[in-house]
Design a protein around this ligand. Structure first.
Ligand code: SAM
Length: 297
């Protein structure tokens, strides 16, 4: 096993579909190992040439079990998602519209190292994820596995009263820089109250012309066989005292968001058609996510 375990209190344990490993539960920050593993599956498509640094034997075993039991298309879906945001963020930087990426629930995504070295990055996640990411990234930069980047790491738990201190920390780094805020792979796991608090915070952080990228599922997915398998998989692996909850959001949530215009909306299928039209998928077996780009007005 080549990663550390940190002691977490039960309230910190992750309520999500990656949580329950084949033999034992995996902890909150380990979900990000699995997401990285999905992206490493096809680096040509995801363009994440560093994702392979994260997965361990344990998370690879977990990924295999998950892919077999729930959906064979999860690696593809995650590669498409990464590619879409990488392309968008990169072109907004190249056209001079942003210079700072703020990644909420960054996990082990590697955007800082895949984007121009002139960009600046704020990586935000739960303390355990940030502790581990900072340690590994520092080591990999030191031994030349990763290029050096302008990185800031901030610990936050979106279930707590974190806004004031986070706003302060972000503002002192951000100053007049133009930002892209990314919220990818997180909304499924938090409730509507915490989601509203996040978007209110975004509107305080950003000025007119800045961007948010967000990912969520729609309620309609509950009808898919893949989602039903996901529910079973989760239930079978569920801790006795954990109640499985998930959040879905409709387009209207984004189009009605105060302070933002919805400027782009894609989903897993539209991205597949754009990036790998030759690949065919069975719709019922795809856990299809929706990707939104918003612009601060
Ligand atoms: C499935 S991973 C996705 C990671 C990354 N955004 C990506 O797409 O690869 C979910 C991430 O959300 C973070 N997360 C979940 N709930 C959170 C919370 N309440 N506060 C802060 N981070 C949270 C987890 O620690 C984890 O890194």
């Amino acid at each position: 096993m080549n990663f550390h375990f940190y002691e977490l209190s039960p309230k910190d344990s992750f309520k999500n579909y990656y949580l329950f490993s084949v033999n034992e539960n995996i902890e909150i920050f380990e979900t990000a190992f699995v997401t990285a593993d999905f992206r490493a599956f096809n680096p040509e498509l995801s363009k994440d040439t560093f994702a392979h640094l994260w997965p361990s034997k344990r998370t690879q075993d977990y990924r295999n079990e998950y892919v077999t039991s729930v959906s064979e298309y999860e690696p593809l879906a995650h590669c498409l998602r990464n590619r879409f945001f990488l392309d968008r963020i990169s072109s907004l930087f190249n056209s001079g519209e942003i210079d700072l990426l703020i990644n909420f629930g960054c996990g082990f995504s590697m955007y800082p190292f895949l984007l121009s070295g002139d960009m600046e990055h704020i990586e935000i996640d739960m303390p355990n994820s940030i502790l581990y990411k900072r340690e590994k990234v520092t080591e990999w930069i030191r031994n030349g596995k990763l290029p050096n980047r302008k990185l800031h790491f901030i610990e936050a738990n979106f279930n707590t009263e974190y806004e004031e201190s986070l706003l302060q920390k972000i503002s002192s780094i951000k100053q007049n820089k133009k930002s892209f805020i990314l919220l990818e792979g997180v909304l499924f796991f938090i409730d509507s109250n915490d989601t509203n608090r996040l978007f209110q915070l975004f509107s305080k952080i950003q000025k007119q012309g800045e961007f948010v990228g967000s990912v969520s599922f729609q309620k309609e997915i509950e009808e898919r066989s893949a989602f039903k398998r996901l529910a079973t998989f989760t239930e079978e692996r569920l801790n006795a005292n954990e109640k499985f909850e998930y959040q879905t959001l409709e387009d209207a949530y984004y189009s009605n968001l105060e302070g933002y215009d919805l400027i782009e909306h894609e989903d897993t299928f539209s991205l597949k058609d754009k990036y790998v039209p030759e690949v065919t998928v069975t719709k019922q077996d795809v856990l299809d996510e929706h990707m939104y780009i918003l612009k601060r007005i």
